[in-house]
Design a protein around this ligand. Structure first.
Ligand code: FNR
Length: 186
C-alpha cells in the first residue's frame, strides 16, 4: 500500500490552541509511514438537512470532497463540558449526509484527546467513540491517548518538547499505521 493519506480534524477553533499544536506535532511524528494533514472544520455551517436540498454550502462541499479523498481519520480534540466540542459533532453530521454518501464509512480512525487538566479529555474521547460506531469507522482501541496537562508538554513556540510524550505519541502513530494497514481489503 502507498503512504496512507490521513485527515486530522482539530476540535478547537481558537488561535493558540494546544490541540492544534499537538496536531502539528503529530504530522511530523507520523512521517514517513503516514501522510497527515489538517482538514479544517471551523467554517462548516451547522448541519441543516434543508441546505442539502439545493446547492449545499460551499464549505460542506469542500469538506466532503477533501474527506472523500483520504484513507483514514485522526481526531485531535479538546473536551468541552465532558464531551466533544460542537465543531467535531457538526463535522461528523455534515460528512454523514446526504444519506448514502457518508464520507466516514469503513475509514480507520484514531482519537487523541487533549486537556490542560488532569483527566486528559477522557469524556470527549469516549463520547466521540459513540457516533464513530454508528458511522461504521473501525477505531483504534489501544493505545488510548488522553493527553493531560498538555501545556507541560509544549514549549513557548508550541512545539512538543517533552521527550516522553513525543515517544508515546510516536508509538501511538506506529500502532495507528499498523491498524490502517490491517483494515485494507485483502
Ligand atoms: C473547557 N475546558 C474543559 N477542559 C476539560 O478538561 N474538561 C471539560 O469538560 C472542559 N470544558 C470546557 C468547556 C468549554 C466551553 C471551554 C471553552 C473549555 C477547558 C479546555 O480544556 C481548555 O480551554 C483547552 O485549552 C481547550 O483546548 P485548546 O483550545 O487549547 O485546544
Amino acid at each position: 500500500m502507498s503512504t496512507p493519506e490521513v485527515a486530522v480534524l482539530v476540535g478547537s477553533l481558537r488561535q493558540g490552541s494546544f490541540t492544534r499544536a499537538v496536531a502539528q506535532a503529530l504530522i511530523g511524528l507520523a512521517a514517513p509511514r503516514l501522510h497527515l494533514r489538517i482538514v479544517e472544520i471551523g467554517d462548516l455551517p451547522l448541519y441543516n438537512p434543508d441546505l442539502d436540498e439545493g446547492t449545499p454550502p460551499a464549505a460542506w462541499t469542500r469538506f466532503r470532497g477533501e474527506m472523500a479523498g483520504v484513507d483514514a481519520v485522526l481526531f485531535a480534540t479538546p473536551e468541552y463540558n465532558r464531551s466533544m466540542p460542537a465543531a467535531v459533532k457538526n463535522a461528523l453530521d455534515v460528512g454523514s449526509r446526504p444519506y448514502g454518501h457518508s464520507v466516514w464509512a469503513k475509514k480507520p480512525a484514531a482519537i487523541v484527546s487533549v486537556s490542560p487538566g488532569l483527566l486528559g479529555g477522557f469524556g470527549a474521547n469516549h463520547h466521540l467513540r459513540q457516533p464513530l460506531v454508528f458511522l461504521d469507522m473501525p477505531v483504534l482501541q489501544q493505545p488510548e491517548v488522553y493527553l493531560s496537562k498538555v501545556q507541560e508538554s509544549l514549549n513557548e513556540a508550541g512545539e512538543l518538547s517533552n521527550e516522553r510524550t513525543r515517544q508515546f505519541l510516536a508509538d501511538f502513530l506506529a500502532r495507528f499505521a499498523d491498524w490502517i494497514a490491517q483494515q485494507q481489503p485483502a
